[in-house]
Design a protein around this ligand. Structure first.
Ligand code: ADP
Length: 382
């Protein structure tokens, strides 16, 4: 069956290391997304699995067999890319069946497989249409259908929805999930969009600068990010981050301090403190059940309603007052942070309010390595 194992994969191009010592174990039937910023090595990793790129070091196993030196055609997989290369002069049937026909699969079998695939991708009545008569979403479904007829052990998909408009992209995500569940085929899916990865995958592999940062189910990456990079990359809007130092059993930043009772960090440890916007609360409206830090004074800079909630951009100081103190030195990102509030929250831009952080969802990272130290600190009387 379609298990995939990458062991110590490194890919170097002259002085660029596109992928560095990548180890991945993907189980049969899993939907895995490779996610990370542009240029982080996602496509190179996928191409290595597909046999389009030969690794500088390391091995690729598919279904227990070492396929590192094999060409793509000898690997039991099918690929779907961002740019859908359909043959313009062939109708949907001919496009979907092309791979089988060149392999001289007999006509009855070709017909049956195309029929089944067309049913799955919901193109049944359209087999005689030409690509020019199809919408973008339908063309992408033909490309997926073409991959399905091959009945591969593994699907490799590189940003297959990137060229579709936003609404269709969301619709096609659901379709892809449905198809993948139905076929139960191992799927490795490249995207730079963390939301796409979060919504579709059994596990996500987060990559930065060619290195695997974390591989885990979406909610684990969200709730227990392995390091500062994952914390900042997963979740939208991003986690707020502040620089702090452990002093006398407390975590002190320039603007606030938090009791660290219940933890055993040594004095002088430099940490990055992370808190998601939804874990920042206006003190007047915070639910009693939430264990909170002491109130922190913040200036309400900008409010952005998005429907069911409103994002409140906060600053530790009134920016006008601060500008008179240090002109030009007010762009420190740490000075601004974000709170997610109910849309009917009774606060206004220009006001100064007290906010609290949910202690159970504070994330502490080692400032020098970026590695996570703790997710959530115990409830104490501040
Ligand atoms: P992603 O898919 O995450 O955007 P890629 O895997 O395409 O990233 O690229 C990773 C890095 O490797 C980038 O710095 C890219 O410029 C470099 N790279 C990719 N392919 C080649 C190539 N054929 N020659 C030289 N450098 C390459």
């Amino acid at each position: 069956m379609g298990s995939v194992r990458l062991a110590g994969i490194t890919k170097r191009y002259d002085d660029v290391t596109a992928v560095k010592d990548m180890n991945l174990d993907i189980e049969d039937g899993e939907f895995i997304s490779l996610v990370g910023p542009s240029g982080c090595g996602k496509s190179t990793t996928l191409e290595t699995i597909g046999g389009l790129t030969e690794p500088t070091e390391g091995t690729v196993n598919i279904d227990g067999e070492d396929v590192t030196g094999l060409p793509p055609k000898d690997r039991d997989l099918a690929m779907v890319f961002q740019n859908i290369a359909l043959f313009p002069h062939m109708d949907v049937y001919d496009n979907m069946s092309y791979g089988l026909r060149v392999r001289k699969v007999e006509k009855d079998r070709v017909d049956r497989r195309v029929d089944e695939a067309a049913e799955i991708v919901q193109l049944k009545g359209m087999l005689d249409r030409m690509p020019s008569e199809l919408s973008g979403g339908q063309r992408q479904r033909v490309a997926i259908g073409r991959a399905i007829v091959r009945e591969p052990e593994v699907f490799l998909m590189d940003e297959p929805l990137a060229n579709l408009d936003a609404k269709l992209r969301v619709h096609m995500r659901t379709e892809l999930q449905r198809i993948q569940r139905k076929l139960d085929v191992t799927t490795i899916y490249v995207t730079h969009d963390q939301e796409e990865a979060m919504t579709m995958s059994d596990r996500i592999a987060i990559i930065n600068h060619g290195e695997l940062q974390q591989i885990a189910p979406p909610l684990t990456c969200y709730n227990e990010p392995a390091n500062v990079f994952v914390a900042g990359f997963i979740g939208s809007p991003s986690m707020n981050m502040f620089a702090g130092t452990v002093t006398d059993g407390r975590l002190a930043t320039d603007e606030f301090d938090v009791s660290l009772e219940g933890t055993d960090f040594s004095d002088g440890t430099d940490v990055t403190v992370g808190v998601r916007p939804d874990d920042v609360h206006w003190e007047n409206a915070v639910d009693d059940s939430i264990p909170t830090t002491s109130p922190i004074e913040a200036y309400v800079d900008v409010m952005q309603p998005i429907g069911e909630k409103i994002y409140v951009y906060l600053q530790f100081e009134d920016p006008i007052a601060r500008e008179t103190v240090s002109v030009g030195d007010n762009e420190n990102a740490q000075d601004q942070f974000l709170m997610g509030a109910d849309s009917d929250v009774d606060i206004e831009e220009g006001q100064t309010i007290d906010v609290v952080f949910d202690r159970s969802n504070l994330h502490l990272f080692d400032m020098s390595t970026g590695d996570a130290l703790v997710h959530g600190i115990s409830d104490v009387d501040e």
